[in-house]
Design a binder for this molecule. Structure first.
Ligand code: SAH
Length: 408
C-alpha cells in the first residue's frame, strides 16, 4: 500500500469527497512507484483523509474510494463497493417489464471508470480506467455471485484506451471466471418498460443500448398519440418504439449509423410479433441514413408535431464546450422553426461539460433566434440507476427537456 501526502492547501476538494486527485496536488508518494496500488492518503499534517487507488500511468493518478479510516483497503473493498452498488438497485432489479439497467455508474457508485449494465441474462462492462481494467476479475466475480448472469462481457471505452494505456480488447467471464472470447453466441433479448430489444455480442455503441433514457422514453410516449414524429439520432429506435406504442401516426427515424437503423426495423418486427405494438406498425415508420444536423434543415416546415433530438456527446471536454454549444443551439433552433405551431420537442444533451444552466441558456438562445415562445413543460435527467453524486458534479451528464413551441 502506498502512503500519499497531499500538498498543504490542496486537500479541500478531497475533504469534500471529490474522488479525483491529479499529480499537482500530491506532495509525496511512499511505496513502490510505478506500480498501481491502494493508497492511504494523508494531509500535510499527517491526518487521514481517505483510502484510494494510486497509479501514475493513469491520467487521474489517484482515485479516492473510501473516506472511512476503518475500511480495509484491498480487493475486498472493490468487491464490497460492487455489492453495495448492486444492492442499491434492488427496487429496479425487481421491477416488472424491465430487465435492462445500469448496475454500476462509475464514480457516482464509488467505482472509478467502471460502467456495468445488465441486459437480461447478460452483463456488459465498460472500463475507462486502469483501476477498472486491473480489478475486472474481482468485479466480474462479485457480479456473478450476486446475479448469476449467463455471461459477463467487458470492453474498453475507446475514448480512454490510449490516455490510460489500456489494451482495446473484449474479455468474457462465465461463472465468475475469465473464459476465451465468445462472440459467436446469440444476441441477448431484454425488456425495457415492456418493450423488447436485442443486443448482439461485442457490437453496438456504449454497451449496446442506452438505458439512461428509460424514464424519458416513457414520458415521450405520453405525448405521442396522434402525432407525426421525427426521431433524430434514433440509434436502434427506443424512442421510435415508444412513440409507436403511444399511438403516433407515423415516425421518421434518422441516424448516421446504417446498422443501427436496420436493427431498429428488426426491433419493430420483434415487438409486432410479440404483440407489444400493433401489427402494421412497421408501415408507419421510415428510416433515413443521414447526418441529422443537415437533415433537419431539409424537413418540410409544419410536417412534424413531435420531435426527439438526442445527439451524441458533442462536448467531450470543457474546452470544446463553446463549439458544442453552437451545434446544440443550431440543432434546436432549426427544430423550433420547423415544428408545427404548438408542437412538442424532446431535446437532450449528454455532455457532462455542459451544465444544466448552460443547457437551459442554449435553449433560450435557440428560441429567440427561432422567433418562438417556448414553454418548458418538463425537465429531464437520467434514470436513478445513473445517480448524480453531489460530491462529484461530473456525474451529472444527461439533461433533457420537453418543450412546447409556440409561434404566435
Ligand atoms: N436516441 C437513442 C440514442 C442516441 S445516441 C436511444 O434512445 O437509444 C446518438 C446517436 O447519434 C447514435 O446512434 C449515432 O449513430 C448517431 N449519430 C452521431 N452523429 C450523428 C450525426 N451527425 N447524424 C446522425 N446521427 C448521428
Amino acid at each position: 500500500m502506498h502512503t500519499i501526502t497531499i500538498k498543504a492547501g490542496r486537500e479541500k476538494l478531497l475533504l469534500k469527497h471529490h474522488p479525483w486527485v491529479f499529480s499537482g496536488a500530491i506532495d509525496r508518494v511512499d511505496g513502490n512507484r510505478g506500480e498501481g496500488d491502494f493508497a492511504k492518503v494523508l494531509s500535510a499534517d499527517g491526518d487521514f483523509i481517505a483510502y484510494g487507488y494510486y497509479d501514475e500511468k493513469s491520467h487521474i493518478v489517484l482515485h479516492l474510494l473510501s473516506w472511512d479510516e476503518g475500511t480495509q483497503a484491498d480487493e475486498s473493498l472493490v468487491r464490497s463497493l460492487v455489492r453495495k452498488s448492486v444492492l442499491r438497485r434492488a427496487r429496479l432489479l425487481g421491477e416488472k417489464g424491465t430487465t435492462a439497467l445500469r448496475l454500476i455508474h462509475g464514480e457516482a457508485d464509488f467505482l472509478p471508470g467502471i460502467a456495468a449494465d445488465c441486459y437480461g441474462r447478460e452483463i456488459r462492462i465498460i472500463a475507462s480506467s486502469r483501476f477498472a481494467d486491473r480489478f475486472l476479475p474481482q468485479i466480474a466475480a462479485e457480479l456473478d455471485a450476486l446475479l448469476h448472469p449467463a455471461i459477463i462481457e467487458s470492453s474498453v471505452d475507446k475514448a480512454y484506451a490510449s490516455s490510460e494505456g489500456l489494451p482495446d480488447r473484449i474479455r468474457t467471464f462465465r461463472d465468475g471466471k475469465e473464459t476465451a472470447g465468445d462472440l459467436s453466441r446469440p444476441s441477448v433479448r431484454f425488456i425495457e418498460d415492456g418493450i423488447l430489444y436485442e443486443a448482439a455480442p461485442g457490437k453496438g455503441q456504449k454497451s449496446g443500448f442506452y438505458c439512461d433514457q428509460r424514464d424519458n422514453r416513457r414520458i415521450v410516449e405520453e405525448y405521442a398519440e396522434g402525432r407525426t414524429v421525427l426521431d433524430l439520432f434514433s440509434y436502434t429506435g427506443p424512442f421510435t418504439l415508444h412513440a409507436l406504442r403511444g399511438g403516433a401516426l407515423s415516425v421518421d427515424a434518422v441516424d448516421s449509423s446504417e446498422s443501427a437503423l436496420r436493427h431498429l426495423l428488426y426491433q419493430i418486427h420483434i415487438n409486432e410479433d410479440e404483440g407489444v405494438i400493433a401489427k402494421g406498425s412497421r408501415d408507419r415508420v421510415t428510416i433515413t441514413d443521414a447526418d441529422c444536423f443537415e437533415h433537419i434543415r431539409t424537413v418540410e416546415s409544419g410536417k412534424y408535431d413531435l420531435m426527439i433530438l438526442d445527439p451524441p456527446k458533442l462536448a467531450r471536454t470543457k474546452g470544446s464546450l463553446d463549439n458544442a454549444m453552437k451545434a446544440y443551439k443550431d440543432l434546436n433552433r432549426v427544430a423550433m422553426t420547423k415544428i408545427r405551431n404548438g408542437g412538442i420537442i424532446a431535446t437532450f444533451s449528454c455532455s457532462a461539460a455542459m451544465t444544466r444552466e448552460s443547457f437551459r441558456m442554449m435553449l433560450s438562445w435557440a428560441a429567440a433566434d427561432a422567433h418562438a415562445e417556448v414553454q418548458l413543460l418538463r425537465t429531464l435527467s437520467a434514470g436513478e440507476d445513473h445517480p448524480v453524486r453531489l460530491s462529484f458534479p461530473e456525474s451529472e451528464y444527461l439533461k433533457g427537456a420537453i418543450l412546447r413551441i409556440i409561434r404566435s
